[in-house]
Design a protein. Structure first.
Length: 244
């Protein structure tokens, strides 16, 4: 039997922290209290509830989180970004972390931190001589050449630093349709929905990361092609602008 329950003026039982109500007091038996399951549940306040709160998990797929403080009987677990990852939202608790950018020969200007991505030094500028083109001629080029061909030479692979911005432009509904029509399993989509039931932006981030892992170096081109096929003209233009 757990700790003794205290009865207030309203005749409601109040249990100590870290316990839940197992059975109410009756004419034949006393109130029974049950301790929260260690490592799986907690209860941080005196209460009369029949369930404990579930501990937060830091093991969501593709979230890049690890345990900061463990769950105890009286407090929830907290998560932090894994090494060489940062939280793009800057909010605590962070729900999904992104890999820190790796600088090349230009070197690092600002190191990656828990809330900020790496900032690299500016690369040496290369001067280009560009022949002026009138807007009428540019419009004609766009009409003659398929828009994806026009941008093909400037498309980069979808990188971790692009994912939150691209996901914000695409939105959950469109991203889900893209995934379902490109052989990302319903099980994976449902897992992501269960991991982020009340946060559509985090769901979209996670599903776009799954897309990136599946498509590899062709992820950006495939994304552009599919948006065009779906006639999502505005979203296509916004994604192309990000990928310049």
């Amino acid at each position: 039997m757990g700790p003794t329950a205290l009865m207030d003026e309203a005749a409601a039982y109040v249990l100590q922290v870290s316990y839940r109500l197992e059975a109410d007091c009756t004419g034949q038996s006393q109130t029974r209290c049950e301790a929260c399951i260690k490592g799986k549940e907690y209860q941080s306040q005196a209460n009369s509830l029949k369930t404990c709160e579930p501990c937060t998990s830091c093991d969501q797929p593709n979230a890049n989180l690890e345990v900061d403080t463990k769950c105890t009987a009286v407090s929830d677990a907290t998560c932090k970004c894994k090494e060489n990852h940062y939280c793009p939202s800057g909010k605590k608790p962070c729900k999904i972390c992104e890999p820190c950018q790796v600088c090349g020969s230009e070197g690092i200007k600002v190191e990656c931190s828990a809330t900020n991505n790496t900032i690299c030094n500016d690369k040496p500028s290369v001067k280009l001589v560009v022949q002026p083109v009138s807007w009428q001629k540019a419009l004609l080029l766009l009409c003659v050449y398929d828009i994806t061909t026009f941008y093909r030479s400037i498309l980069n692979q979808v990188k971790g630093s692009h994912i939150p911005e691209i996901a914000g432009k695409i939105g959950w509904k469109t991203m889900k349709n893209l995934a379902m029509t490109n052989n990302i399993s319903n099980v994976k989509i449902e897992d992501i929905e269960q991991n982020y039931p009340n946060d559509s932006s985090e769901r979209t981030n996670a599903l776009l990361r799954e897309w990136e892992e599946k498509e590899g170096r062709n992820a950006s081109q495939k994304l552009v092609d599919c948006l065009k096929k779906m006639k999502e003209k505005k979203k296509l233009e916004e994604v192309l602008e990000i990928l310049k």
